[in-house]
Design a protein around this ligand. Structure first.
Ligand code: GLN
Length: 276
């Protein structure tokens, strides 16, 4: 089997899936160690028996529905390659909106806190672009905290990773910016039975009260951990913008507004905290 035959075979095997062409390319690149450009330029090159076996195994896993990120063990976020395991959410492009908003703040030194960090994606992307900022990233799941710490080491950024529930590991500390992409899906949402989310931990996806319970908890607690002025930025579901704005305003945040994601959906709500 040559590289171009492998591409055609993989695409056919994954036809009907979400993205057969891209998935096939990524899996073939990993199985052969060949770059995207070389895949296309040297299509006549044959695969070794080991490469072909690895590629066929990867295609079979994808056919069974496993996310490409789990098969590769890696996912790119904000231009950075991150290790991914089944213990956390796979970083999504929607979440880049949260990073964009953080990077729009004034650049002077700042301490920030990322709650429910998972792979560490948000904290690592911010710290990569703001080397003078100090980050703390927390996850309740020990395997997630360990994974985030490996990703921090890989990208050599100034982020301290701690294991614990929400604010618990940073009692008594204050930050200029708190961010989170918490679980926010309604436990009865039918989309939990479809696609990649079937392979992600429910603890990273669902929250009680129609998905609002963890968002509420963070909004309630955040002022005790914010400097004045300080910012809170929260990712939420496309239909939760109004509820999150109201919760933040009720708690005393000012300049509350919602930013849309690349798909045009309400995705991140932010507000400023000011002691008085
Ligand atoms: N945006 C993700 C999804 O819809 C959910 C992320 C989350 O719950 N924080 O699959």
């Amino acid at each position: 089997m040559t590289l171009s035959e492998a591409l055609a075979w993989g695409r056919a095997a994954l036809a009907g899936g979400e993205s057969p062409a891209i998935d096939t390319q990524l899996l073939l690149m990993q199985a052969t160690g060949v770059s995207r450009t070389a895949l296309l330029a040297f299509g006549d090159r044959p695969l070794s028996p080991e490469q072909q076996a690895a590629f066929e195994a990867a295609i079979a896993r994808r056919q069974a529905g496993e996310p490409v990120a789990h098969i590769l063990g890696e996912q790119e976020f904000y231009g950075l390659a991150l290790e991914v395991t089944p213990h956390t959410l796979i970083p999504r492009p929607d979440t880049e909106t949260l990073v964009d908003l953080a990077l729009a703040l004034p650049e002077e030194a700042l301490r920030f806190l990322d709650l429910g960090t998972g792979t560490g994606a948000i904290a690592i992307a911010i710290a990569h672009h703001r080397p003078r900022w100090q980050g703390v990233a927390i996850d309740r799941v020990a395997e997630a905290a360990a994974l985030a710490a490996r990703n921090v080491a890989r990208h050599q950024v100034a982020v301290e990773v701690l294991a614990g529930s929400w604010f618990e590991p940073v009692a008594g500390k204050r930050f200029g910016l708190i961010l989170s992409n918490p679980p926010y899906i309604d436990p009865v949402d039918p989309h939990l039975g479809q696609g990649d989310v079937r392979f992600e931990p429910l603890s990273a996806l669902i929250a009680e009260e129609a998905g609002l319970a963890d968002l509420k908890h963070i909004i309630e607690q955040a002022p005790a951990y914010l400097q004045s002025p300080g910012w809170l930025m929260l990712e939420h579901g496309y239909d939760q913008g109004q509820a999150v704005r109201e919760l933040m305003q009720l708690r005393g945040f000012v300049a509350v507004r919602t930013q849309h994601d690349l798909g045009g959906q309400e995705r991140v709500t932010l507000g400023r905290w000011q002691d008085n």
